[in-house]
Design a protein around this ligand. Sequence first.
Ligand SMILES: Nc1ncnc2c1ncn2[C@@H]1O[C@H](COP(=O)(O)OP(=O)(O)OP(=O)(O)O)[C@@H](O)[C@H]1O
Length: 619
Amino acid sequence: MAEQRTQPRQVPPLLGPGGPGGPGAGLGSGQKPRDARGTLRRIWGYLRHQKQGLAFVFLMSALSTGLGLLGPWLMGMAIDDYIMAGDLVGLARIAWLMLIVYLLTSLTTWLQTYAMAAVAQQAVHAIRRDLFARLQTLSLRFFDQRPHGELMSRLTNDVENISNVLTEGVTQFFASILMLVGVAAMMLALNVRLAAVSLVTIPLMVSLTSWVARRTRSGFRAQQRTLGELNGLIEETVTGERVVKAYGQEQATLDAFRKANQAYRDAAIHAQTYALILGPMTNFVNNVGYAVVACAGGWMALLGWVTVGTIAAFVNYARQFGRPLNQIANLYNAIQSAIAGAERVFEVLDEVPEITDAPGAIALSQIRGEVIFEDVSFSYDGKTPTLKGVSLHARPGQVVALVGPTGAGKTTIVNLLTRFYDVDSGRITIDGHDIRHIQVDTLRRHLGIVLQDTFLFSGTVMENIRYGRLDATDEEVYQAARLANADHFIRSLPQGYQTLLSERGSNLSQGQRQLLAIARAILAAPQILILDEATSSVDTRTELQIQEAFLRLMQGRTSFVIAHRLSTIRNADQILVIRDGQVVERGRHEELLARRGFYHQLYTSQFHFVLPEHPYSPA
Ligand SMILES: Nc1ncnc2c1ncn2[C@@H]1O[C@H](COP(=O)(O)OP(=O)(O)OP(=O)(O)O)[C@@H](O)[C@H]1O
């Protein structure tokens, strides 16, 4: 297809109800109950393909935990067997052993972190890939209804949240659990009574963590949502900066931004309030446990129940016990935040593409270009009808001009032909095939679209023209540009065809952008054309060039022209006059004029002051 995007007709309100917090701000901004376990299971679904990597991570994790547990044990042994016994040679030997153990602990920890980062990035890469691929399948209706920045936030911030937890969280979680179990086992092995005193803190910790988790999850959800809304506003403002400035709306924009920024800050503070309590609370409980162990241990030593070495080892273990507990508590927060992000990612992944290939859809290879609309009705929102019983018959090679007042439904007709949306009732056929039974990509390959406001990508002029047909040779690109009357101006650009266009081609004039779009369409060589003539005035010379290029492009192709120029209208094989979503009149220019109906009225109100030597509308 020559042009991949239509411009949504409604200018998205910068500060209005479509903005942050308004309808459509976020897919699931309503707080329905979520399924955290299901979300975790889906994340696991992305990890489980990397069995070898995960096995290595877990092996390293188990090794580093085991080595970590060995340290205090050796320390206790050093005190009891060597220091107390005054065996310096033995002490030196055990000191070397401890050094090796600590080195190996660091090495295995590093290996585990490194391997997990690779596994996590692979999973996040797959999530991002699926998310972006899903966006490519979703209909324009989906994009119409959502602030684009909010969607982008899902692709960036929310995925990043998942990434952070997977990269560090999974191993930490696993290592912490192993450490807890290991420390508990070592404590029990050393001294059951002292161990019982230490383990008392566990139930306290568990209930504390789950109390906090219940409160943080909704907080993180709100945080991610408000962040998405903030990004939506930023994206919209940056895109619409020209309009903001032109209408002096900087202050109003700042106010809207301040509100969204505050909402995000408040949500983030709220989420963090509980989250940040957890660390100090865990620390407190842990220190109390530590103190109890020290007191009880000292007392037992006085009674002669335990050796000093055992107490030293025990105190070390008690401290080690606190660390994983603290880590798990902190991880809980990160996991809550990642679940909130993942829920938003999976919401998009679960969106059902509206426009898909029906089972048994045919691939159209060659077409003649006969287009028929049979009693087509359509509504964007399912309530207000936009098109009502539209019928038309375009024979191969004909030029059909669509005219009518603004908002009548002309663009909607072409939106249905391209299957950006599907008809509610009636049907559209190409060469006798209902377009819903044609594979979408082959359908669109036969359609070329040139809009008045052409979307260009950042890249060279050459790449932008080649977008029409990726396998075109350089010579074919030049040829298309020549036919589109674009070659001359391209060659006068600083680097000719290799000139880099800034985002959306803002370093070109509107007329030049349209000439590039025509070159793109010529290169794509579709059998059916959809042209949206510019309403805004470009200079007369460029306008003549565009007109000439259009005529060349239309030769031998069925063309639908949303027409604003008298010359196009006069030469059209048929004119459809659209009013309030209906075809109210049809025929050729002279016939319609003679009828003295709505067309005549439109014509006289629009074109009566056109000077005879200037064939175009001044509109
Ligand atoms: N994406 C959309 N979602 C909801 N409503 C829409 C959408 N696009 C257009 N409409 C509505 O459908 C109606 C027909 O719009 P359409 O763009 O087809 O008119 P048009 O005849 O092409 O107008 P113009 O000459 O101004 O381009 C309008 O009332 C418009 O508000």
